[in-house]
Ligand binder design. Structure first.
Ligand code: ADP
Ligand code: MG
Length: 252
């Protein structure tokens, strides 16, 4: 077994399906028998909520990052899904940007936390907050793969370009580990159909394209990943395709 792999779901934009993707990929990975930690790094705590856990990070985020606690293992919670543990988020997670900002080696703080679970996990899936903040930069630095959901409309493509510039400018990560994929695709919309066709022939995106789906939207109500609650939905089948592509890119 190799070192723990780090897959982050990230990008400049909010509301594009990052959290839904992180939760579903984590559930798929765990159901295949990988030992998974889903690390919720968004103070909104939506990933935590979607897995039916309390939005409470024991001891708070500042202490966790300053290394004065037992690391990720000490705060991870088990879930209803075998092999899937979650490092939950509460509002203290917004302090992470301040802690990293004040640190001379912000990446090291994140790397050390992940290294601490090297023996207990095969993959850490990180649900990032939107934006170009210190936490997003540090995560990009430690990740093996950066999954970026893109809604097939013009503005999200500009946001993707901006995110890639940010990685280059900050030297956080090579653009080679950025894996964009289409998210919230509505094939009733001519624009979505046209852009989807363009993107898939360009070869720059992963092949999976997550459709707009009531099974995914319901996760906020049922608190069960769509891939488990509605495994026969089109969204679930595209998440499986996405997970297969992500594993290959991340070297799992
Ligand atoms: N494929 C999808 N189909 C339908 N609704 C979706 C889909 N993906 C996300 N959503 C909904 O859109 C909103 C934002 O999704 P979320 O995954 O939280 O995005 P982000 O983490 O990028 O902010 C949520 O209400 C979620 O339920
Ligand atoms: Mg989110």
């Amino acid at each position: 077994m190799g070192p723990v792999r780090v897959i982050a779901v990230t990008g400049l934009k909010g509301g594009v399906g990052k959290t839904s993707t992180a939760v579903n990929l984590a559930a798929l990975a765990a159901s295949e028998g990988w030992r998974v930690i889903l690390w919720d790094l968004d103070p909104q705590g939506a990933a935590t909520y979607c897995l039916n856990l309390k939005q409470k990070l024991k001891g708070g985020a500042s202490k966790l990052f300053r290394g004065t606690r037992d690391g990720l293992a000490g705060v991870a919670r088990t879930t209803d899904v075998d092999n899937l543990a979650v490092v939950p988020a509460d509002s203290s997670v917004r302090e992470v940007d301040k802690v990293l900002w004040a640190s001379t080696k912000p990446t090291k703080l994140v790397r050390r936390l992940i290294a601490g679970v090297d023996k207990d996990a095969d993959v850490v899936i990180i649900d990032c907050p939107p934006g170009l903040s210190p936490v997003v930069e540090a995560v990009a630095n430690v990740a093996d793969l950066l999954l970026v959901p893109v809604v097939p409309e013009p503005l999200p493509f500009r946001a993707l370009a901006r995110y890639e510039e940010f990685l280059t400018d900050t030297k956080a990560a090579s653009p080679k580990i950025v894996a964009p994929f289409l998210s919230m695709v509505d094939r009733n919309l001519p624009m979505h159909r046209r852009i989807e066709a363009e993107v898939l022939t360009s070869g720059r995106f992963l092949n999976a394209a997550i459709p707009t789906s009531s099974a995914v939207a319901r996760m906020g109500e049922e608190q069960v990943p769509a891939v488990l609650g509605a495994p026969r939905s089109l969204a679930a089948s595209e998440y499986r395709k996405l997970w297969a592509e992500a594993m290959e890119r991340a070297g799992l």
